[in-house]
Design a binder for this molecule. Sequence first.
Ligand code: GDG
Length: 739
Amino acid sequence: MYLNHVKKKVIIVSNRLPVSVAKIKESIKIRQSAGGLTTGVGALFKSMENSVWIGWPGISSEKAGSSKAEIVAELAKLRYRPVFLKKNAVENFYYGFCNRTIWPLFHYFTRYTEYNRKQYESFCKVNELFAETVFEIADKDDIIWVHDYHLMLLPALIKKRWANATVGFFLHIPFPAYEIFRLLPQRREILEGILGADLIGFHTYDYANYFLDAVRRITGLENRLGQLLVKNRVAKVDSYPMGIDYELFNGTAKKSAIKNEIEKIRKRTEGLKIILSIDRLDYTKGIPERLQCYELFLEKYPEFREKVVLIMIVVPSRVQLKYYQLMKNDIEKYVGRINGKYGTLRWNPIHYLYRSIPFNLLVALYNIADVALVTPLRDGMNLVAKEYIASKTNNTGVLICSETAGASKETGESLIVNPNNINEVADAIKKALILDEEDKKEPIGIIKKRLKRFNIYRWGDEFLNDLNEVKRYQSYMRAKRITDIAKAKLIKEYSLSEKALLLLDYDGTLVQLKEKPYLATPDKELIILLKSLTNQEDNTVVIVSGRDKNTLENWFGKLNVCLIAEHGAFVKEKGEWEKDPRIDDSWKQEVLPVLERYADRTAGSFIEEKEFSLAWHYRLSDSKLGSLRARELKSALYSLVGNLGLSTISGNKVVEIKYSFVNKGSAALRFIENKNWDFILAVGDDATDEDLFDALPEQAYSIKIGYDATKAVYSLESYREFRQLLEELSKAKPHKIGA
Ligand code: GDG
């Protein structure tokens, strides 16, 4: 069994508990509820002995009334902790924002999507209520695993109070493409809510990418291989295709009790091939559309009449919603029509059940069905497809699966169809029915092996393992954060130093990054600070920048600071600018046309021409297009820059081309080697500053601004924090007389 490594308590949080509580004549009835989250996470939960599941028990607060304490006590025996919701919240939160806004929108049903402010407010309140329950029963070092679209604000709410909590989030439904997601009025709030989690999981790689895309476009946060830096905390986004309890389905299918069920079904369907359809009642599942395909199949291939039966099980769900009632009526009318049109005295083409069936019967049906027709219009994963395959003991049977269900990614050996193409589905049914028995075995065998390996326990294990890893990485990053003790030591050593060297990057280190470089001018406070530092005894302050020399001269020319421009192409040490004698600009005429082509093709981007370097900025471009073009540009320049002795460097939304040997590190060396310094501090925020950190002697202090992988010894959160440190340094030593 997996999950052995999870020593900590896991708190599962989802909107619904896996059971529903009903109160019948003052007595409490608890029964299992049907649904993918319940089946999947439910199996996992049983194997995690010290975990607790928080969720709504499906009964309103008003109905529970005086029985609340009793319900809490009964559910506690199952390790469940109920969150009671008032009728009003059930209406506005659950039937409102969750199922009238998010559910249809995320499944691409924009025509059913309603936008209602009041319902969103209720969504916020219920998420807060769940947060309160988490704080009540969890310990700060528990693992809190939040599930699904009802609780997308919860991760950030937990982090707001417990900044270091371990929070995972898994979305069980699709995350839609940006053009759909952007329709949501609260799109930013929803993203920020989810981003409170340390690990964010989706069923498929596509959903994870759509999420990262939305994050990039809406919040501007870039990711590196799915890793995001959210307020200086690393969060990871990845895909974890949910598995099933393989052994439960496969093992049950082999039991003798199932054999009896199978016998009973066989008797009633003698001589008929069985096509199976099982879903919760939902428009996303494409039930009426499936009936249309079946009707076309009977019409197109009359030879199959009286030879097949479609067993259609529809499990009641969200019946309070108008669309669901209408759909139920439509389905029933449609079933009646097909049975009336094609049925005979001996044969009904469809056997329809509107109810939940017992588990043994479910497995028996999976085991015996010749074809499983799983054709949702859109489905996050769809566990029915997987359960059908797992329940096959003799490997005969054919799965027909929609390409728009997440499950199709792992059942590629089956018949994959576009559910909107009724001809294709009708033909697939025929193909499945006439397939040679031997030809059925191979695909089932391959998929079965996959399902057995990547089962629900493995799924949970991988998710929790990765969550652990992210937390480890976060603490490594935090460990770099300068402590009060180290900071005090740095200030003390500085105050005692007789020859101190301060090597300071400009953008992102001394000032905040701005959308356009010319907007990031030094403010008054910074100038005063720099004056104060340079007026201290025996200090050398060097601004080490990628900026051109004229800009630096304009801003700092009158201060007593040394300047390094264009990453070292120019140095001003003793009042005069010196150019690195090894460089020239002859290469620009070859590189500039390439950059211009990219600037023309990428709206919002522009070229900054410095004397000995060229920079292509894309901060104002569409972020996805910008990153894509940046990668293309680097590969387009690859051989050209190599031949000319140049290199391309990626900064913050900028690609810069300059001589390879020119970098902040080699430029700073002339200062570092100049004197016998007794204090050196180097500070920077981006990739180009890593060269500077590399060039430092061992005893030097180095600080990275922002929590990202770095060679610097310490890190600080922002330029603001660094200014505070500079403020303290500026008071730590006496000032020159008259200054
Ligand atoms: C959501 C996402 C995602 C169904 N009828 C009966 C019954 N079931 C069980 C099945 C299966 C589950 O319910 C249905 O799961 P699905 O995955 O097919 O669909 P959703 O409920 O919509 O689940 C979905 C899932 O979450 C997990 O992340 O796959 O995409 O929409 O396990 O066996 N069980 C019994 N009787 C029934 O009549 N006993």
